[in-house]
Design a protein around this ligand. Structure first.
Ligand code: NAP
Ligand code: G4F
Length: 341
């Protein structure tokens, strides 16, 4: 009998990579999605797996819907990747974000506890929970200090997961994942915002500068494809636990721009400071990057860098795509797309 897995957030970046991975392992995959007025299956089509997934209606805020799904299908594994995942939006929509990213997880765990206690559960926790970091690098024991409604909601979900593990014996794992990117990353996130811009620039689709927020922020960026395999590994291990997944390297936004720019043949010279900074193409003297206060956040997470030692030892975690390879993979994919459209 094939194992069954439910993936919430199937239309997102990680949903597509995880579904592809599980299908290759002969899982029966139920893709949980919320109805939209426009087509949200673009990533699954690009992966070439849309037809192989059984799609089911799902909404994080609808407890009755979650109960029915879990009671009826009783999946072997449930991967909760659904969330309002854009940190900046969480200040504009704090109540919705806390309900979806926090309470939504309580709903799923309650449904599992009540109707399918054998279902193993993966929660997409995040390095945003470390926020104003209390330790460098961050590990599973670093104290949390979230800086956004998103981080606060995810922290509630994380502790709920730990609590259902300890109180009710639910096989609930929490993966504290640091930023992971790919050509399937949403275009509002900073890496993809930068690669789509440079792709438009080199294919002459724009001659305007790219406007960004704080360029000094540092992130630990890995490749999404590497991280989804570890989600699965967590659920195959003898007992449920919490793991940090990260590369152990950190780079600034400015560094990411320079790397992608370099691949595209631009050498960038920086002028001014902070909210008045510009990046100028050395060859032409043209301004291609501008900072704009609009993209600054009310409270920042200045630096993230994880120590994935526990995952390395227990799960065999290893990174297959380096930072530079990731930059190249993302810009090449966006240039290809820009040429096609
Ligand atoms: P993503 O691309 O933004 O995907 C989020 C998914 O959640 C989408 O499928 C979205 O559906 C769905 N969703 C949002 N609100 C929902 C709701 N109310 N009900 C049902 N579905 C809803 O995110 P991702 O990068 O794949 O990340 C996957 C998960 O990992 C998220 O929980 C994120 O918070 C977490 N995480 C991500 C990273 C990272 O660096 N990528 C790091 C740590 C943790 P629509 O397509 O309909 O919007
Ligand atoms: O790419 P970002 O929007 O990702 P952020 O906020 O780190 O969140 C992502 O990673 C988390 C894991 O740590 C996930 F939990 C979360 O779901 C999401 O996947 O922003 C990265 C940094 C921020 O500090 C932001 O202030 O880039 C800075 N930034 C500077 N200018 C910008 C911009 N971010 C965006 N999105 N757009 C800008 O113009």
């Amino acid at each position: 009998m094939n194992k069954t897995a439910m993936i919430s957030g199937i239309t997102g970046q990680d949903g597509g990579y995880l579904a592809k991975f599980l299908l290759e392992k002969n899982y029966k995959v139920y893709g949980l999605y919320r109805r939209g007025a426009t087509d949200t299956f673009g990533k699954l089509k690009e992966h070439g797996i849309l037809e192989k997934i059984e799609l089911l209606d799902f909404e994080l805020l609808e407890f009755s819907n979650i109960c029915r799904l879990i009671r009826h299908y009783q999946p072997d594994e449930f991967y909760n990747l659904a969330a309002q995942s854009f940190v900046a939006t969480s200040w504009a929509e704090p109540i919705y974000t806390v309900q979806a990213d926090g309470m939504g997880v309580v709903y799923i765990l309650e449904a599992i506890r009540e109707f399918s206690p054998k279902t193993k559960f993966y929660q997409a926790s995040t390095s945003e929970m470390f926020g104003k970091v209390q330790e460098i690098p961050q590990t599973e024991t670093t104290p949390f200090y979230p800086r956004s409604p998103y981080g606060v909601a995810k922290l509630m979900a994380h502790w709920t997961c730990v609590n259902y593990r300890e109180s009710f014996g639910v096989f609930a794992c929490s993966g504290i994942l640091f930023n992971h990117e790919s050509p399937m990353r949403g275009k509002e996130f900073v890496t993809r915002k930068i690669t789509t811009y440079f792709a438009d620039l080199v294919t002459n689709k724009t001659d305007m500068p790219l406007e960004l927020g704080n360029l000094n922020i540092k992130r630990d960026w890995g490749f999404a494809g590497d991280y989804v395999e570890m989600m699965w590994k967590m659920l195959q291990y003898d007992s449920p636990d919490t793991y940090v997944l990260a590369t152990g390297e950190t780079h600034s936004i400015r560094d990411f721009i320079e790397e992608v720019g370099h691949i595209c043949g631009y050498e960038i010279e920086w002028h001014g400071k902070e909210e008045c900074e510009t990046g100028v193409d050395k060859k032409t003297g043209k301004t291609i990057i501008k900072t704009n206060k609009k993209f600054y956040r009310p409270a920042e997470v200045d630096i993230l860098i994880g120590n994935p030692e526990k995952a390395r030892k227990v799960l065999g975690w290893r990174q297959t795509v380096s930072y530079k390879e990731l930059c190249r993979m993302m810009i090449e994919a966006d240039i290809d797309r820009a040429k096609k459209n």
